[in-house]
Design a protein around this ligand. Structure first.
Ligand code: ADP
Length: 258
């Protein structure tokens, strides 16, 4: 832990002297390191596709130097690079739209089953695109809960998006939910790349991304999970993780229904 000692003058003239305050800056330093990592990622995710698009477009503009087949190939590459760029920007925007106002939550009476069904529909196109088997098993007795509809939906979509992203094509993703007394248990399971034991605690840190190349191949910000956990905690709940490298992961959100 790193502590910083600072000296501040006491307000007013009556008492000469200073107050010594000790502030724990460990968290701040950690965030600084992760932020550097994020800037590296962002720079790479923005610069690389742009540089490629520019290079291929310039070659295409020269026209007569390449044949039609090559032109087609170059256009496909430009398209793929633009898609990657768009995905990163989408990620950033969806994260920031979740983050805006996340200091507080607005609870209303929510039909939990409907909320989860709607969240599943939002992610279904991605599941289809990646040829995933997407199983949704929701208890009939989920009932109502006093929760923030948009934030909990964002949390679930985020977990499902990760499950789709970090599972090879053709895998299985499951969304399951039951009510246990005064608590909702929402589970997102996948048969994907999994998370190494030594990284399991770190995935909830801001800007953290696994060193696993199977993860690095995908676009990401490292902000989805910390935000998802923050949403759960704002509801006085939490998100936990059980995973085995190479076999899959299960993220479990427990939320009191209030
Ligand atoms: P991002 O997905 O943008 O990198 P997240 O905060 O959502 O950021 O996730 C942080 C990291 O946790 C990911 O980079 C990845 O290493 C790991 N992770 C998250 N979800 C999964 C999952 N379902 N399977 C394997 N690894 C995951």
């Amino acid at each position: 832990r790193t502590l910083r000692l600072s000296r501040a003058p006491i307000n007013g003239d009556a008492l000469p002297g200073h107050v010594w305050s000790v502030r724990d800056i460990t968290q701040q330093k950690l965030t600084d390191a992760s932020r550097d990592q994020f800037i590296d990622t962002a720079t790479h995710e923005l610069r690389t596709p742009l540089a490629n698009i520019k290079a291929y477009a310039e070659t295409l503009a020269m026209g007569d130097m390449i044949d039609v087949e090559e032109q087609k190939e170059f256009c496909n590459t430009i398209n793929a690079e633009a898609t990657r760029l768009a995905r990163f920007v989408d990620d950033l925007l969806s994260i920031s739209s979740l983050e805006v106002g996340s200091i507080g939550i607005q609870r209303t009476n929510v039909d939990v089953r409907r909320l989860l069904e709607e969240a599943a529909e939002k992610i279904r196109p991605l599941m289809k695109q990646r040829s995933m088997t997407f199983e949704v098993t929701l208890s009939e007795k989920l009932g109502e809960a006093r929760i923030d509809k948009d934030k909990v939906s964002g949390m679930v979509v985020n977990l499902l998006g990760n499950a789709a992203k970090y599972t090879p094509e053709g895998g299985t993703v499951t969304l399951a939910a039951i009510r246990q007394g005064e608590e909702l248990k929402i589970e997102v399971r996948d048969t994907g790349v999994g998370i190494a034991e030594e990284e399991a605690d770190r995935v909830f840190e801001k800007f953290f991304r696994s060193a696993n190349p199977a993860v690095r191949d995908n676009v990401g910000t490292g902000l989805g999970l910390p935000l998802a956990r923050e949403i759960a905690r704002l509801h006085r709940g939490d998100i936990t993780l059980a995973s085995k490298l190479g076999e899959g992961s299960t993220f479990t959100a427990l939320l009191p229904v209030q």
